[in-house]
Ligand binder design. Structure first.
Ligand code: FRU
Length: 503
């Protein structure tokens, strides 16, 4: 059996945090990431790099960006494909412009010093393998020490590059624009707004289609850390609104929560994706305990890739509201054993509906009528590290469930670790998941993507998502779990359940 997460990206060694520079180019998905190769905690920040054809199997590439010689660290940022060479950076040694327009990748990143953060660019001379820092960096310096995480995209209507970037401790998102990625003009600001916290980080701004309509809205995403309203640590909020190339105008003052679990931060969308698909990846972790979780080789894991859209949902008999919908991207890819780059052993699952399911990784969808059970709770799943007690006499498990009494999804990780105690991790995390009307019945709908050390729950067809990591004291993120099981009380009748083969 393979060990470690298979459906989620991890580094081979060192400490990983935010996804950076998500971009598609020449049919390949590029994932850059905040990476400290020299320790199991954040500090010596580089940009690591990996590529994939399906967003689940990744090949590791050489480090994309190293700290500056003067000690400036490479903090978060984004990537674009400069197809029309607006930057003028794409010339070969003879002054000719390479014809592979799709390979003209520009990275936009923050350089961090203790008293200064600036925005910088780097470009690839070889279609996205190596990167050269622009000689006239920084491209933006406003003498701020808390000014980071530029996310850049092309705004077709105004024919400009647009950057959203955090004035972290002022709780504001600055919006800049440029015609060439080198000269930037500040055009507006957004915030403070919604949930405040202590710092705003890693903003994103993108257009999202509204399901079953020709319409769309713009989404402003703002990560908050610390001071989240879920557990005091890290979380992401988003605003729905319009954007005219200059100003983001929210449709209301409501701050909505991107993911209700404890472990989803600094998410970013891919640029240059065909067919207006919006795909996002987040860091599945929380700064409150990111440096404490058990680890041997590496620390840090990404969420799975998620396709985003907006859905209009009834709030009551009169009103509708727009909700962000997230689905694991291309789960068809999970049906086939992934062969590259990891050799995988395929484990089979028994036919559904079983009362228990054993295996190591799976994607399971189930719809359960709420009236079918008089149980107080549905212990949807219990992940066991070992059937026996550990040295301290604790049985190690995490429990993921749904309580019919108050319609709450909960995850209890308090029994899964003994050696490192952090209340932000151990406290039971609970969130409301209302039943919805499906085929004239009130139903609870789940999709569960289970992998070693992380479980993502997609409630109500992706309308409410919970991401949580889990760790056992005996092992680390790269140790195998003994088994999982899914326990359903007899009274809870599953009306639909699909299980993809396990890996
Ligand atoms: C968010 C963050 C960013 C910063 C990076 C440093 O997790 O704090 O604001 O650029 O991590 O690693």
């Amino acid at each position: 059996m393979s060990t470690g997460p298979l459906l989620h990206f991890t580094p081979k060694e060192g400490f990983l945090n935010d996804p950076n520079g998500l971009v598609q180019s020449n049919g390949l998905w590029h994932l850059f990431f905040q990476w400290n190769p020299t320790a199991l905690e954040a500090g010596n920040q580089h940009w690591g790099h990996a590529i994939s054809r399906n967003l689940y199997n990744w090949n590791h590439l050489p480090t994309a960006l190293f700290p500056n010689e003067d000690g400036g660290l490479i903090f978060s940022g984004s990537a674009v494909v400069d197809k029309h060479n607006t930057s003028g950076l794409f010339k070969d040694s003879h002054g000719r412009i390479p014809t592979n327009t799709e390979g003209r990748i520009v990275l936009i990143y923050t350089t961090h010093y203790d008293d200064l953060e600036t925005q910088n660019i780097a470009y690839s001379p070889d279609g996205g393998i190596t990167f050269i820092k622009y000689e006239n960096n920084p491209v933006i310096n406003i003498n701020e020490s808390q000014f980071r995480d530029p996310k850049v995209f092309w705004h077709e209507e105004t024919k400009h590059w647009v950057m959203v970037v955090a004035l972290a401790q002022k709780l504001r998102i600055a919006i800049f624009r440029s015609s060439n990625l080198k000269n930037w003009e500040k055009v507006s600001e957004f915030g403070p707004a919604g949930l405040l916290g202590i710092q705003y980080e890693c903003p994103d701004l993108f257009r999202l289609p509204i399901e079953n309509t020709e319409d769309h809205r713009w989404i402003m995403v703002v990560s908050i850390n610390p001071g989240s309203h879920i557990n005091g640590g890290s979380m992401i909020q988003y605003f729905i609104g319009d954007f005219d190339g200059i100003t983001f105008t929210p449709i209301d003052k409501i701050a909505r929560i991107f993911d209700y679990g404890s472990d989803f931060y600094a998410a970013q969308t891919f640029s240059n994706v065909p067919n207006n698909q919006v795909i996002s990846i987040g860091w599945a972790n929380n700064w409150s305990y990111a440096s404490d979780v058990p680890a041997k080789q590496y620390r840090g894991i990404m969420s799975c890739p998620r396709e985003l859209s907006l859905r209009s949902m009834p709030v009551n008999s009169e009103a509708q509201e727009l909700v962000l919908v997230q689905r694991p991207y291309n789960t068809e890819a999970l049906k086939h054993p992934l062969s590259e780059p990891y050799p995988l052993a395929l484990e089979t699952v028994s036919e559904f509906p079983p009362t228990s399911i054993c295996g190591t990784r799976f994607y399971l969808c189930a719809t359960i009528p709420v009236s079918a059970t008089d149980s107080e709770k549905l212990e949807f799943m219990r992940l066991r590290w070992s059937a026996t007690s550990d040295v301290l006499g604790n049985k190690q498990y995490i429990e993921l469930g749904y309580r019919f009494s108050d319609g709450a999804v909960y995850i209890d990780r308090g029994s899964s670790e003994a050696s490192w105690k952090n209340p932000m991790y151990s406290e039971r995390s609970i969130s409301n998941l209302p039943a919805i009307l499906i085929d004239d019945k009130m139903m609870v709908d789940f999709g569960i993507l289970m992998d070693q050390s992380v479980v993502e729950v997609y409630g109500n067809h992706g309308g409410k998502v919970f991401t949580n990591t889990y760790h056992f004291s005996e092992g680390s993120e790269d140790s195998p779990l003994k088994y999982y099981y899914l326990a359903l009380p007899r009274a809870a009748k599953l009306v639909k359940a699909n299980v993809l083969p396990l890996f």
